[in-house]
Design a protein around this ligand. Sequence first.
Ligand SMILES: [Zn+2]
Ligand SMILES: [Zn+2]
Length: 174
Amino acid sequence: MLVNLTDVFTSDGKVVEQPFSYEAKEVFFEGKGYPVKECKTGTVRISNAGQGKALVEAELKLTAAIPCDRCLREVEQPFDLHAACEVVSPERADAEALEEQAAFMEGYELNIDSLIDNEILISWPMKVLCRPDCKGLCPVCGKDLNTGACGCDTFVPDPRMAAIMDVFNANKEV
Ligand SMILES: [Zn+2]
Ligand SMILES: [Zn+2]
């Protein structure tokens, strides 16, 4: 959704608060899309911060379906987003400010969806787990170990192989 900021840029003390809906069906992280399961109506507040300047604050709660890092089961990951940034009107902005706001300002218009996309990237969890003690998949047969042991022999007697397995397991612990 686009919101024209001309009025807020030019009116001292002006504050605009309005609801917005985030229309994206997927959220993106590192080039991959994840379905949006639930998305509430957000609120954006835009306040004048001097001539040609505005403070933008947006809040939105949404839930995305992301696979568990260990067992790949779908996890409903909640996002409680609070974006805040200062924007400058195009005729007053220097090159640095223009570059900083290029992702979500189109001339005098604020693109709220882009602002939210950016906030999702910043808020992306380090780890997505279906539960804190998820046992993951067997490295040999791929069975989901949360549903029981598979009986694979994962004991590696050769010390050189053991070192390789350590590296493998360390990499698995994303
Ligand atoms: Zn899991
Ligand atoms: Zn197995």
